[in-house]
Design a protein around this ligand. Structure first.
Ligand SMILES: [Zn+2]
Length: 167
């Protein structure tokens, strides 16, 4: 299943936590914050996105039961277990395209030189980090600092425990 990793997602607002994790892995992920589920389903169909939801009603829709549209019913309300389930079910690769999407806007990040970001990051970061990315929408600067490493480490653990599972 590793071959079908070019997945895109739309995450229901009852299941918000996987959004940033998926973006961190490099999966194009929208957060659906509307109230009309039909809009979410329509967007998923139009853009070929997998729905992640905790809403059983959505799972009963014909487009989903017929297999025309893929949706994952998220069982847990705990963020880590939610992410674990998504990784297990879709066999996601945490090394897919890390460090490529803005965690807030889902926009592809653009590489920046050290000179370009010199005045935009704390001095200790500038001294210790070599690679920087900027979001063209919100202009956040990303680097592989401690927060990033903590998230990546957690993800790798989830993927590992997924691979090591026997049941
Ligand atoms: Zn952004």
């Amino acid at each position: 299943m590793r071959g079908i990793n070019n997945l895109k997602f739309i995450v229901d607002n009852n299941t918000g936590k996987p959004v940033k994790w998926l973006r961190m892995m490099g999966y194009d992920t929208l957060f659906f914050n509307g109230s009309d589920d039909s809009h979410m389903v329509a967007t998923a169909l139009k853009e070929g996105r997998v729905i992640l939801t905790r809403d059983t009603q959505i799972m009963k829709r014909r487009v989903i039961t017929s297999g025309q549209l893929k949706a994952v019913f998220i069982k847990s309300d705990k963020p880590e277990q939610q992410m674990q389930q998504v990784i297990d079910t879709l066999d996601l690769d945490c090394q897919f395209r890390p460090f490529t999407l803005c965690l807030e806007c889902n926009q592809p990040l653009q590489e920046k030189s050290k000179q370009e970001i010199k005045d935009l990051v704390p001095p200790y970061v500038f001294q210790t980090q070599e690679q920087y990315m900027e979001c063209p929408a919100c202009h956040r600067i990303y680097w592989r600092g401690t927060h990033w490493q903590a998230m990546t480490g957690k993800l790798e653990q989830l993927v590992k425990s997924s691979a090591g599972k026997t049941d």
